[in-house]
Design a protein around this ligand. Structure first.
Ligand SMILES: Nc1ncnc2c1ncn2[C@@H]1O[C@H](COP(=O)(O)OP(=O)(O)O)[C@@H](O)[C@H]1O
Ligand SMILES: [Mg+2]
Length: 422
């Protein structure tokens, strides 16, 4: 079979038209009509294919399938946040800061959904007195948002109190010591573009250092000084924490809580009075104030702290294992420590450490903490070798101790269990 070229086929059609037109004029007109319709449809089809042609350019000039994959990965990165689930997680860990948690998670949901190219996802400032969970909150957020500990880029800003201190973050100019390696922030964001950048106690850094962040927040990139390369910051959530002006913030919290917009402006004004540069303040997307912890919330946080101290010694606290008197005494000393739990937890750690170590050295697995006059006792509830299966429940023993001082249970497994701290 002879394969005709398109042109020979067209010539054949023209001859056919002429022939049919001469012999049967009406049929000729019909054929011309059909040919015109085909030409018209073809032209319209070509015009509609214009967007398709752009993809053809991609086929010709790049690796289209690799590009499509990258593009769909990027789309996935603009992830939807389940802000309710995130808020629930944060509330299960962070005590007494529910309204901050609600506001931050709502804001994050919007910001992740409408991720702006060339802009960081968010720049938030968390203000409030020391020891109320600001730093802890940022760490929890990084863990929940990104899941890996490498995705928290943590900076203790008190280490950057000199004007040139930022060079270790942003890199060092050529010819200076350290110019052969990237700065810690530029390297961190290069390797982990989707991260929480925690600038802890931001007010303690030098104002010159503060200003180095303006490009990061305005333009969506930072410049690595050693080689001038631009590192994108548009996958990052930056969190600044500050203890500045916490007294004035406390009264604001009581007045404006519930109206986040107004509250945020008020916090900004207070920080302006506390000598934050206006250009830095105006580039922060939103401000949130942490409340001082009060009453039983302090007891909750201290109880969690005690539990984590016990875990650090590879021991477990049994359920109900902290004598309520220990926590009641902490609350009595609230005035002495202020609202921050750090000092309280340290004081308790000092009180229980020896006793807990003694329990651990006795091969203990589970303990309870009892109040004994002016000391705290780590009471062994079970051993690693399982010897203590018949240990009486704490409540039973508390009953039996109502008339007497703390006694070692008679069970063989418990012998030598009591470690007393003087
Ligand atoms: N509101 C809170 N809920 C739970 N734990 C808290 C809270 N506040 C403080 N803590 C505990 O105390 C530690 C110190 O708190 P931190 O976040 O450093 O305080 P801040 O940054 O506000 O000074 C935290 O690591 C956490 O274990
Ligand atoms: Mg802190």
């Amino acid at each position: 079979m002879i394969m005709a070229s398109p042109w020979s086929f067209r010539f054949f059609l023209i001859f056919l038209f002429l022939f049919v037109g001469k012999a049967l004029p009406q049929l000729g007109w019909i054929m011309i009509g059909i040919a015109a319709t085909i030409v018209f449809i073809k032209a319209a089809y070509k015009m509609e294919r214009l967007p398709g042609r752009i993809m053809d350019i991609l086929d010709r000039l790049t690796n289209k399938s690799a590009l499509e994959k990258k593009y769909s990965d990027q789309q996935r990165e603009t992830k939807q946040i389940d802000h309710k689930q995130l808020a629930d997680y944060l509330k299960s860990k962070l005590i007494g800061q529910d309204s901050v948690i609600d506001s931050v998670t709502q804001q994050l949901r919007r910001r992740f959904a409408a991720k702006r190219p060339g802009k960081p996802i968010a720049v938030f400032c968390l203000a409030g007195p020391p020891g109320v969970g600001k730093t802890y909150f940022a760490k929890l957020l990084a863990k929940k948002l990104y899941g890996e500990k490498d995705n928290l880029l943590f900076y203790d800003m008190s280490l950057y109190s000199q004007p040139h201190a930022a060079s270790s973050m942003f890199g060092q100019a050529k010819g200076y010591v350290g110019s052969n390696t990237y700065g810690s922030l530029t390297a961190g964001l290069r390797d982990f573009p989707n991260s929480v950048v925690l600038l802890d106690e931001f007010e303690k850094a030098h104002p010159e250092v503060h200003k180095r962040f303006l490009t990061a927040w305005n333009d969506g990139f930072i410049t690595e000084v050693s080689d001038g390369s631009h590192i994108p910051t548009d996958g990052a959530v930056s969190i600044l924490t500050t203890n500045a002006a916490s007294k004035s913030l406390d009264s604001l919290t009581r007045r404006y809580e519930g109206d986040q917009r107004k509250f945020s402006d008020m916090i900004k004004n207070v920080l302006k009075e506390a000598d934050f540069a206006p250009e830095v303040l105006s580039r922060i997307d939103d401000y949130f104030a942490f409340k001082p912890l009060k009453g039983l919330d302090i007891a909750r946080v201290v109880a969690l702290e005690i539990e984590s101290i016990v875990h650090q010694y590879d021991l477990k606290l049994i359920e109900g294992g902290i004598d309520s008197q220990i926590l009641a005494d902490v609350l009595k000393e609230e005035e002495k420590y202020g609202s921050g739990v750090r000092e309280m937890a340290r004081a308790i750690e000092n009180k229980i450490a020896d006793s807990v170590i003694e329990a651990k050295n006795s091969n203990a697995k589970e303990i309870s903490l009892r109040f004994d006059g002016d000391s705290i006792i780590a009471f062994i509830e079970s051993y690693h070798n399982g010897a203590n299966t018949d240990a009486p429940h704490l409540n039973d023993r508390l009953q039996s101790q109502a008339n007497s001082s703390i006694k070692k249970p008679d069970s063989a497994g418990i012998s030598g269990a009591k470690a007393k701290l003087s």
